[in-house]
Every structure is written in structure tokens, then in C-alpha cells.
Design a protein around this ligand. Sequence first.
Ligand code: ADP
Ligand code: MG
Length: 246
Amino acid sequence: MTSPILLAIEDLTVSFDGFKAVDGLNLYVERNEVRVVIGPNGAGKTTLLDLICGKTKASAGSIKFKDTELTRLVEHDIVKAGVGRKFQTPSIYENLTVRENLELSYPKGRNVFGSLFFKVTDEVNARVLAVAEDIFLSDRLDTSAGLLSHGQKQWLEIGMLLIQDPELLMLDEPVAGMSVSEREATAELLGRISQNRSVIVIEHDMDFVKDIAHRVTVLHQGRLLAEGKMDEVQANEKVIEVYLGH
Ligand code: ADP
Ligand code: MG
């Protein structure tokens, strides 16, 4: 039987000149789970994602993704292992179309032509169309990405990760700046894509968190303050004091 745990983080610590941005953290994410990480500014949320995706090296502790120890891998090997990460600001190619952005993100390793002579095959095409549909951009395939709305740009970037079919997808404040209807669509999108992958989301919008979270992890000063279902976390005195009460 495969383990229900996809990601196991134990005693994870990173210190920047003696300041521990993440401090002795344990965190376990299951397959097909949507985990939301909340906490005040400076709690270490973004640093946690930086550690998982290899952008920042851990000072101590372990990040096990299935059977692979991620703390020993460099960023692109972590991507290859099946971990995708979206940063706060979209990093799409504004001058290219939606279709071209998605094609470029298709994993080259799976294409016999390699990156230099990348040829769009039927397989790539089918995948691009399927992902475009997932991210509500089917009718925008030939639009320059620069002309998309802010929300559509965020979806495109999620699509550029989805096309790589990661088993773990990490999103840092994906609905910041989105309209109410875009937020609702994003919640629906995350629910759908977590049916065959795990998602870690950092978010401040509590209505959105309530919509998407299977479980919520609250960080404070680099440490785990509370963890559980949304209603448990919302009723937690310590959480109200340091975060929700504001
Ligand atoms: P959050 O995303 O929860 O708002 P961050 O993870 O961005 O918080 O930051 C946590 C703390 O770590 C902050 O005090 C921040 O200033 C500090 N920090 C983050 N990255 C670095 C770094 N590369 N060097 C020094 N300090 C950092
Ligand atoms: Mg942050």
C-alpha cells in the first residue's frame, strides 16, 4: 500500500545570521490534500516554500517527498521529482501567447526532440488544450499573455505548473488582487486539481481559506502554532491572539 503521506517535514530549521525564520518545524501533507498555511507577516510561510523547492537551503532537519530527501537536491531536480512552485508575482512571458507559454512549460525531458528542436507534437497539443480548459483560458489560447487580466495571468502561471503534472503544487498567495468571481473560480480550480495531487497554499483571505482548505497550518515566528480543520484553528485562542484577532 502506498503511504498516505506525500511530504514529511521534520525538525526543519533555517537560520539567517542566527535568526531562525523556520524553527524546528514538523509538517505532514497527505496525498490529494489541500493544506493552507496561514500566519502573520514574517511568520516564515514563504521561507517554508523556499525550503521545500530548494531555493533556500535548510540549516537542519529533513524534507522527505515520497522516498526522496529534498534537502540534498538542487532546485531543478526538485522540480523533476514532482514539486511545482508558484511565486507571488507571476513569471509568465508577456509577449508570448497563452498557448506558447504553456508549450514552453511542457517538460522537455519527455520530448525526444529536446529543447533546441522542440517540436509541438499531438501529445503536447492535447495537454495544452486540457490545461487551458482547466485554467479557464480555452478561448484565450492565441492572446498575448500581457493582455490577460491579473487573475488570468495567475491562472496561466498555475497552468504552466500543471502542464508539468507535479504531485505537489505550492502556491504563494494565489488570489491576492483577484476579483470575487476570480477567487471563486480559483477555489473551484484548486478543488479540482487536488483530486490527483497535493497542494500547499499560503493565503490571507479567510473566506478563500475556508473554501479550499482540508487542513490549516498556522505558523508564528517560524514555529507551528496550531494545526487542524478550519473551524478548530479559528476557535484556537492562541491563533486568535496572534493572527485572527487583528
Ligand atoms: P511570511 O511569508 O510568513 O510573511 P517570510 O518567510 O517571508 O515570512 O519571512 C520570515 C522571516 O525571515 C522574516 O523576518 C524575513 O525578514 C526573514 N527572511 C526571509 N528570507 C530571508 C533571507 N534570505 N535573509 C534574511 N532574512 C530572511
Ligand atoms: Mg510571504
